[in-house]
Design a protein around this ligand. Sequence first.
Ligand code: 5GP
Length: 155
Amino acid sequence: MHAPVAPGLPLRQARGIMAETIFSKIIAGEIPCHKVYEDDHVLAFLDIAPISPGHTLVIPKQPARTLDEVSEQSAAALGVALVKVARAVKAVTGVDAYNVLQNNEAAAHQAVFHVHFHVIPKRSNDVGLGVGWRPSPLDQSTAPELASRLAAAIE
Ligand code: 5GP
């Protein structure tokens, strides 16, 4: 039987702390990257397989697997860094349109299990992020209860 990876921590949090990913190696300087921005809590660098030129990844240095695991301090720093990076990507690429994408878990297309935001210039319908968006009308009969349950779950 294995000892707990981080006694006292919830399993998902412990897994996030222990998991070695390609991004934790980039943060540690063990793997090179084309750095765009860095502060105490955040690193941003070019994606190795860009959807369009300028495609940049913004990641917390905190080893969190999914967005819901990020500390408030890292979240605040990410918010500031995302805006800085978005401005830089716009200025340098000359492209006004861009998407910010953030995937959590494999079912939602996460491939690297360290939180990251993609900033992706959208040059045309063919160059940039394609979005399969299939909306349906909000069910007004269940919306009030759903909204209040979500509001009550906010910590
Ligand atoms: P995800 O599908 O997890 O949201 O996206 C992971 C992203 O990380 C992909 O766009 C992929 O190209 C990028 N990526 C994977 N490995 C590396 C790497 O070693 N260096 C860099 N710069 N990007 C990487």
